[in-house]
Design a protein. Sequence first.
Length: 270
Amino acid sequence: MMRADSHVHSRNSSDGRDRIADIVREAEEKGLCYLAITDHLDLELKYGGGHTPVRWRHIDLDAYYAEWSEAKREAEARGSKVDLRLGIEAGYGENVCDRYLDTLSRYPFDVVINSVHFVGGWDVYFPNAFLFKRKRTVYGEYLDNILKSLDAPYHYDIVAHIGYVTRNAPYIDKSLVFADFPDKFERILKGIIDRGKCLEVNTHTTLFPSVELLEKYYSYGGRRISFGSDSHHAELCKDYEQTARLLKDIGFTEFTVFEGGGKERKIPIE
């Protein structure tokens, strides 16, 4: 079975733990043919009143690129079969798009992930984003931010983990289903297709997006998907086999992976 993982974090992310060289070794042991390291770049994120109640170490892009390059050289020297790619997860912020345009142009990223983490000025990983707010209000704003992110002026390849807002939501019923926001979901899924972007299937905690949304995406003509474990520590290709079976049942036949310079290739879903 050919395996590819397009969403992986190293110790260069504030919440990552592993050296890139060690992640590559794990990829070799698990038989991956493609691996993209995609550490967090959150230009809008600040401590306290600016989106997170805990201190967050911003990525040192020069150090990240240097470590990735060294891991790439070491892997090639030992004849590794893993196609190691340089990526970044760009956390969308409406007020920092110009900074992303400048920052992303400085490094030879093979793949850029477009993700939305913030609602109402807070990362929805933390409870502050939900305080004194109804579920419909928070979830609706989250989807609005995804819609805005689709028109980000900088290049990106993948739209990540749709449904992330539910992960730590405090509501008794924290589900987010198509019927809750049919117009928003239709615009998002068709917007991804119309812009030639790729929808991520993320298995870090639960499946994002849900099976229902994947079926909707397919019914609209969406075929470009990527697999992302969103690994932060030794979880490459988490739930890969069962996810592959699910996707084949829907009708998907291949994952899209990105190689930089506008190039991409397909990995069969086996």
